[in-house]
Structure formats: structure tokens, C-alpha cells
Design a protein around this ligand. Structure first.
Ligand code: ADP
Ligand code: 5GP
Length: 205
């Protein structure tokens, strides 16, 4: 039986640049996707839900998962653990889904090394650091100390943007959403390149 092949779309970018907002905007325009819900030890924000935004766990539970080899990748970001569970990802890829990750630059590096599937990656940012700071403050989900940590981290993360296939400057949300939808569609087309049956089918038809 022919095995369907999935595709991977990785989104990274400084906290507060608008990754979650963009994703919510574009889901209606993307078919057959699976959003990888990460596990984290950070505090749940107002409006977030366990099992929807993240699986919120204790440090001990997270470290148990590490020792049992349950993560495809994990990293310490802004002083908290964040990780991607391996099993649901492999299942979704096997089902031919477009698997979407919202992970940091460390996670992107690991996934690129570990998975053979075709990966499309996009770095998302704001027009400037000032705009990022304003968005983090306006979001009203983090303390000043946490925001400062995120700003400090953003200054490092931005240096990695050229390691990604695409860059989206999330200034106008509508425009940025359109770009992300195009990239998601392109990720599907790109994944065809890894289908071994293509030449066989082409020759025999
Ligand atoms: P991330 O998921 O990258 O941490 P969020 O999606 O939580 O970022 O967005 C951070 C804040 O910026 C939110 O308050 C959101 O409403 C706002 N935001 C996102 N995109 C835009 C945009 N294009 N213009 C103005 N505000 C935005
Ligand atoms: P936040 O706390 O704002 O939701 O996320 C902080 C950062 O952690 C973001 O840059 C986000 O992309 C990253 N992140 C979320 N989940 C994961 C994950 O499973 N693995 C890695 N490496 N980073 C993650």
C-alpha cells in the first residue's frame, strides 16, 4: 500500500511577534493540518487552555518525559522547558498531514537534524524591536521582568532568521496572513519532491 507523506512547517520568531495570532488567522485557509501542541513548564496565561495552547506540566513531569525519550526536541526558553512530543508528530506525518510547529530557533535546528521529512521553515518578526516591546506590553500577559527576558532573547533569536526558508514581517496582519497561507501551500507542493512513486507513476502513465 502506498504510504502517504506528510510535510512539516516550522514557525519561529521572538515571543510577541504574533505567531499564535497569525496561526489562528490562517487555519481556515489550510487543509489537513496538525498543529503540534507543545509541552511546557511555564505558567498558564489568562485565556490559555491545557491541551489547546500547551500541555502545562511541572518541571518533574517534564524531566521524566526527557528521561523516557518522549520528546522529538526540547529546549530551555526564557528559563522554562518547552518540548515537542514525538508520537503524535509521527502519527500525523504518517497520515499525510501538514504538521505545523511553533518552536524556537534551538528547536528548529534539532528538528532539521532529526527528521528526514521535507521541512519548510518561516521566521516571523515585527518591523522593529520597539514594536515587539509594545506588543509584549499590550498583550498584558507577562510581568515586566518576563518581558525584559523575552526582549533580551529576541535580540539573539533575530540573528538566526537567515537559516529559515522564508521571512515574514508581521506588520499588517492581513498581509502577513496571506503570506503565511502561500507558504503553507508551498510546503505541501515541496513535500511531493520526496515521493518515491513520482517517477514510476510518470513513466507508466
Ligand atoms: P506570539 O505567539 O508570537 O508570542 P502573539 O500572537 O501572542 O505572539 O501576539 C502578541 C501580541 O501582538 C498580541 O496581543 C496580538 O494581538 C498582537 N499582534 C499580533 N499580530 C499583530 C499585528 N500584525 N499588528 C498588531 N498587533 C498584533
Ligand atoms: P511562549 O511562552 O511565548 O508561548 O513561547 C516562548 C517561545 O517558546 C516561543 O519562541 C515559542 O516558539 C517557543 N516554543 C514553544 N513550544 C516549543 C517547543 O515545543 N519547543 C521549542 N524548542 N520551543 C518552543
Amino acid at each position: 500500500m502506498e504510504q502517504k507523506k506528510g510535510a512539516i512547517l516550522i514557525l519561529s520568531g521572538p515571543s510577541g511577534c504574533g505567531k499564535s495570532t497569525l496561526l489562528k488567522e490562517v487555519y481556515k485557509d489550510i487543509d489537513d493540518y496538525y498543529f503540534s501542541i507543545s509541552t511546557t513548564t511555564r505558567e498558564m496565561r489568562v485565556g490559555e487552555e491545557h491541551g489547546v495552547d500547551y500541555y502545562f506540566v511541572s518541571k518533574e513531569e517534564f524531566e521524566k518525559d526527557i528521561s523516557e525519550g518522549n520528546f522529538l526536541e526540547y529546549a530551555n526558553v526564557h528559563g522554562n522547558y518547552y518540548g515537542t512530543s514525538l508520537k503524535p508528530i509521527m502519527k500525523a506525518l504518517h497520515e499525510g498531514k501538514l504538521v505545523i510547529f511553533d518552536i524556537d530557533v534551538q528547536g528548529h535546528k534539532i528538528v532539521c537534524k532529526k527528521l528526514n521529512e521535507v521541512i519548510t521553515s518561516v521566521f516571523i518578526t515585527t518591523p522593529s524591536l520597539k514594536v515587539l516591546e509594545t506588543r509584549l506590553k499590550n498583550r498584558q500577559t507577562d510581568s515586566i521582568e518576563v518581558i525584559e527576558k523575552r526582549i533580551l532573547n529576541a535580540k539573539e533569536e533575530i540573528k538566526s532568521f537567515s537559516k529559515y526558508d522564508y521571512l515574514i514581517i508581521n506588520d499588517d496582519l492581513k498581509e502577513a496572513s496571506k503570506q503565511l497561507v502561500s507558504i503553507a501551500h508551498a510546503a505541501r507542493v515541496k513535500s511531493k519532491i520526496s515521493e518515491e512513486s513520482i517517477i514510476e507513476d510518470w513513466l507508466s502513465n
